[in-house]
Design a protein around this ligand. Structure first.
Ligand code: ADE
Length: 246
């Protein structure tokens, strides 16, 4: 999958040269290509922003350099590319949207800076607008990296164990938060590993994990429980969890 990134700060993206995503790049399962709007300016000052019409603080990104960078990215791809604008005004990113994006061959991620981008760009170069959360970042780059990481994990071969992707918190597979994980040693400062995990009974372990996932979701994110259909067995497990809360 190709990620074409329109940004004034391509160096920031070295932050995802590590771990699973770094390996996916090395193995050419994904590629990142950068298009700097400053390289598509035509004036001596390489101006990419200007003050807002109507007044107010901050600067607004100019249409022309961004438009030229997006067009260059389109032209470099033989397959059609979906344009994604990173903005706090966009649709909130969730796992469902991540999976949708992972079905694309090419994405053009547009990371804005300053107060934002001249609104007319989205009319001239249509795409979707995505927010990674209800807070304001200093630019779309970090949001773009979040999108790349989450999307790349869905691609075949990127995460070694495909089952672990399916079981991730927020995976559409479960719609639940993840169950708690433990590793050695068995006791730390008096805190023990739940006995069931030491017993080797896989059916019991699966059952316990499902109960914990349901219970945690009920405690921490009840809104998620409303979005999925629980089986009769799930309801029993959740009731058991609730009854045993200390
Ligand atoms: N740019 C600035 N804030 C953002 C956010 N919350 N999501 C996506 N892009 C952004």
């Amino acid at each position: 999958m190709k990620f074409n990134i329109i940004t004034l700060f391509p160096e920031m993206f070295t932050a995802i040269d590590y771990g699973i995503i770094g390996r996916a790049k090395e193995n050419e399962l994904i590629s990142l290509k950068f298009w700097n709007p400053r390289d598509y300016t035509e004036d001596n000052y390489h101006k990419v922003d200007d003050s807002p019409y109507g007044g107010g603080s901050g600067m607004v990104m100019l249409v022309k350099p961004l438009q030229a960078a997006i067009q260059a990215a389109h032209q470099a791809n033989s397959d059609p590319a979906l344009v994604v604008y990173l903005t706090p005004q966009g649709k909130l990113l969730n796992q469902e949207l991540v999976i949708e994006l992972a079905s694309q061959k090419n994405l053009i991620l547009v990371a804005g800076r300053y107060e934002g981008i001249d609104e007319r760009l989205t009319k001239i170069e249509p795409g979707i607008e995505i927010s990674i959360g209800d807070y304001v970042l200093s630019g779309g780059e970090l949001a773009g990296m979040v999108v790349i990481d989450a999307v790349a994990r869905q691609l075949p071969g990127v995460v070694g164990d495909a089952d672990s992707v399916k079981q991730d918190s927020f995976s559409s597979f479960t719609g639940l938060l993840d169950y708690p994980h433990y590793t050695r040693p068995e006791v730390i400062d008096g805190h023990v590993v739940p006995k069931v995990l030491l017993g080797g009974n896989h059916a019991e372990i699966t059952c316990w994990r499902r109960k914990e996932a349901l219970g945690r979701t009920w405690l921490r994110r009840p809104d998620l429980l409303e979005k999925i259909e629980l089986t009769a067995a799930d309801r029993m497990l959740l009731n058991e969890f609730i009854e045993n809360i200390e």
